[in-house]
Design a protein around this ligand. Structure first.
Ligand code: HEM
Length: 184
């Protein structure tokens, strides 16, 4: 994945576990140079290894780290040059989700090797959405849950996300149900 992603992981880990924790994670994955370049693609393997090493270091399951990273990604992109992009996506969740593919596609000038996910959002009722997430990568549904929860916070939209499992017809596709909760 692009360095932007790895940089955000590094920032989250330093915030969570301090520089000593981050150094331990770098050693665990034999990472000699941790100066990631936003616009440079890195092997997916490295990103997965960093997440696995963090889970080991923190004694937490990998899905919990991925979910936390989903929350962090929304804050990180908002504060590191992509706030306008988040603002332009839409001010309500269904609109935002239906613009996500366009948003990722719009980045392909700067990130020509981007292999973005694809999302399709259906409104089942005024308070219930069904989201189809397609990716060539495995194991990232917990990241998507964290992203959706983070997006809910960003848009001031309380919500609950359930990962319902794979689509019937497409093995690269996962289904999520989102309940939009009434304001307390
Ligand atoms: C302005 C905000 C955002 C930026 C700049 C951004 C950018 C990126 C970049 C650079 C990647 C790495 C892809 C690669 O290197 O091939 C990525 C992956 C991903 N993005 Fe976004 N993204 C943003 C917001 C979102 C949001 C709001 C969601 C979903 C709610 C999302 C879902 C994902 C997922 C799930 C991946 C992992 C790749 C995969 O599933 O195969 N992104 N994004």
């Amino acid at each position: 994945m692009y360095g932007l992603v790895n940089k955000a992981i590094k920032e989250m880990m330093i915030q969570e576990y301090g520089t000593n924790g981050w150094q331990a994670i770098c050693e665990a994955v034999d990472l000699e140079n941790d100066h990631f370049i936003n616009l440079q693609p890195y092997p997916d393997e490295l990103t997965y290894q960093m997440v696995t090493a963090a889970a080991c270091y923190a004694n937490q399951p990998v899905p919990d780290i991925l979910k936390a990273f989903g929350h962090h990604w929304i804050k990180y992109t908002g504060q590191n040059g992509y706030g306008d992009m988040l603002n332009l996506g839409g001010h309500d969740l269904p609109t935002f989700l239906s613009n996500l593919d366009r948003m990722h596609a719009g980045m392909s000038h700067a990130y020509p090797e981007l292999r973005p996910p694809s999302f399709r959002c259906e409104t089942l009722s005024p308070n219930k959405l069904r989201l189809h997430y397609q990716s060539e990568r495995e194991g990232l549904p917990p990241f998507v849950i964290g992203l959706l929860e983070g997006l809910g916070e960003y848009l001031n939209t309380p919500l609950r996300v359930d990962h319902s499992g794979p689509c019937d017809l497409d093995q690269n596709c996962e289904v999520f149900h989102i309940d939009l909760l009434e304001e307390a």
